[in-house]
Design a protein around this ligand. Structure first.
Ligand code: ADP
Length: 391
């Protein structure tokens, strides 16, 4: 049997797993999603060459242990494990082999992403415990953006905040941008380092990125994944003066306001209905103004951000949509581009409805190129793991 690679994405209440054969990282042979871990209604669902589901109280460790036990026939030739890490700070410019030293370095970076990195690190520790002797590789959401110039990553705050406290813009979703820009180059039959792209990654988390000659030169996300676009539950850009105002007026603490900005804002907060785009589109179609308000604001803000990012590029080869919303919602794509008024985009209605032709194109020939390219962060993590472990 071929050797295999396990990709692990460990979040606060979920673990996503994907098992690949080393000979084919295009599609996993088994995927697993463990949700609501450590709480009520925990469940593990495994699909692919092996499929089963399990609904019982479990935490991250138990979910992983159950997966390993049930899939042991497929894990006998497991050769390496790749982990998604949200934040790599400035220390990690590229994916890296986990050693005791790099783990210690990663611990230090955790202060920059206290909501995400500790969970990602727990995934690494659990794998080292449950699957000892296998190499583990960390792949960072931030590393692709380490090419951003200082003028793009600095905030207009005292410079020693950067020097002393690493306060700067980092950008996230980098693994997705790396995959989508390479895939765009492949589909357009152009060298990746020749392409200027504006990519909108619109999922539960949303961000956008300007890519000049294959490299990230600016991104909408900042020190944390809270900056930038309106997201499912995150606010995106706000005036920091809002925090003081709300502390004074509502008596909320800083911790309560940060929870509100991370978990109760964005599409959910604006609509009061849901953080889920599909649900909001249904409510809007049923005539609910609160859903329309949320979607109009979302689309306006995405257009504004994309237009701002495009000022980095002397010419733009393509605007690319990806992520659950970007890949699937013809309506949202159309509305975003309609809000970007200084460029005359012309979408082909049929191609937009079909989420693109074989190259991903949804624009009319001879008009600014707009593509839909499905992202695949797990595939990228599997490929990096292969490369770094020399398999
Ligand atoms: P994550 O960031 O968690 O990986 P996804 O990239 O899967 O999330 O994106 C989830 C979002 O995509 C949700 O808001 C969901 O409603 C939206 N979405 C998925 N399919 C569609 C669709 N057909 N039309 C509109 N939105 C969709």
């Amino acid at each position: 049997m071929d050797q295999s690679i396990l990709v692990v994405n460990c979040g606060s209440s979920s673990v996503k797993l994907a098992l690949y054969r080393t000979t084919d990282t295009a599609a996993p042979i088994i995927t697993a999603l463990a949700e609501r871990l450590g709480g009520e209604g925990a469940r593990l669902r495994v699909e692919g060459e092996k499929s089963f589901s399990c609904e019982e109280a479990m935490d991250h460790s138990q979910a992983l242990a159950t997966f390993i036990e049930e899939c042991q026939d497929y894990l006998q030739d497991l050769a390496a494990i790749g982990h998604r890490l949200v934040h790599g700070g400035e220390a990690f410019h590229e994916s890296t082999l986990i050693t005791d030293d790099s783990l210690a370095e990663l611990e230090k970076v955790s202060v920059l992403a206290p909501l995400h990195n500790p969970m990602n690190l727990m995934g690494i520790r659990l794998c080292r415990e449950l699957l000892p002797d296998l190499p583990n590789v960390a792949v960072f959401d931030t590393s692709f953006h380490q090419t951003m110039p200082a003028q793009a990553y600095l905030y207009g705050v005292p410079y020693d905040w950067y020097e002393t406290h690493q306060v700067r813009r980092y950008g996230f979703h980098g693994t997705s941008y790396r995959y989508v820009s390479a895939e765009t180059a492949r589909r357009l039959n152009r060298p990746a380092d020749d392409l200027n792209l504006i990519i909108a990654h619109l999922g539960n988390g949303c961000s956008a990125c300007a890519i000049r000659q294959g490299q990230s030169v600016d991104s909408s996300m900042g020190l944390t994944p809270l900056e930038g676009l309106i997201m499912g539950t995150r606010s995106g850009d706000i005036d920091p003066g809002l925090l003081e105002h709300m502390m004074r007026e509502s008596g909320s603490s800083m911790a309560e306001l940060m929870t509100a900005l991370n978990r109760n804002s964005g599409l959910l907060g604006l609509s009061g209905i849901s953080n889920d785009m599909r649900t909001l589109l249904q409510h809007e179609a049923a005539g609910e103004p609160a859903a329309k308000r949320a979607l109009d604001t979302f689309c306006f803000r995405v257009a504004r951000q994309l237009a701002a990012l495009s000022s980095n590029l002397s010419s733009t080869d393509a605007v690319v949509f990806t992520g659950g919303i970007g890949e699937n919602s013809a309506d949202i794509r159309r509305r975003i581009l309609a809000n970007w008024r200084n460029i005359q985009f012309r979408l082909n209605t049929a191609l937009n409805q079909a989420n693109g032709d074989e190259s991903g194109r949804i624009s009319e020939t001879g008009t600014p190129l707009v593509l839909v390219i499905p992202t695949d962060e797990e595939q990228m993590i599997a490929q990096d793991t292969l490369k770094i472990t020399g398999l």
